[in-house]
Design a protein around this ligand. Sequence first.
Ligand code: NAD
Length: 243
Amino acid sequence: NAEFSGLSAVVTGGASGIGLATATLLAGRGARVACLDLNPEVPAPLTGVRADVADDASVRAAIARVVAEFGGLDILVNNAGIGAQGTIEDNPDDEWRRVHEVNVLGIVRTTRAALPHLRRSSHAAIVNTCSVAATAGLPDRALYSATKGAVLALTRACAADLVREGIRVNCVNPGTVDTPWIGRLLDAAPDPAAERAALRARQPTGRLLAPEEVAAAIAHLAGPFSGGTTGTALAVDGGMSGL
Ligand code: NAD
């Protein structure tokens, strides 16, 4: 029997990068998986559902559609997120609001919409994609780090609120992962190849992480083998925070 057979999962931001790798892994281990994303194009057997986590009505409609189609919901992976560069002086208030709308309120909205359904599951788990930025004190990432600090706090607070209901809430803290997001950042540099080499050299392992390595940690936290774990942050950062 596959680890996730009979279970239904929603992965936000599931059309690219870490989200797509997670959705693919969960489906490969037997789950029915819906990817809620601005982009609804995902490969079979995944189900793509167009949704904007910055829009409450869109999130509610998408979760309702998934539950109607799958007959329930057991696993929620809150992974949709956007980046932001700059020190505290660089981004105007509107930019602070825009990034919080996706990275923080996006998780609030999706979790709120999913909880009535997760409560009916006997394998309910929520996994949030946080970041090393939540605790690392990265330069030039004030706004992004603030949103991920909020995700870490929210993960712990929700875990406390839901523990007696048997709903586990954890997060992963990835380091630098080779996703289309990082590709876009590198492509914007004057010399992308040199920038990529420099980025690699800054990693303790000398390489970027693969999305599948983060997906494996998310799947662990979403699945039955982590039944005793809630309110934790699992680093998948090639040693960035621990060495
Ligand atoms: P990505 O850009 O490859 O994928 C993100 C996906 O989220 C895209 O498919 C995008 O369409 C979707 N998305 C963006 N805004 C959305 C919205 N409002 N509603 C619905 N979907 C939306 O990025 P990624 O690198 O896979 O990042 C995924 C998550 O991992 C993010 O939360 C990011 O903060 C986190 N993370 C990434 C890295 C990294 O190095 N790549 C490191 C730490 C944490």
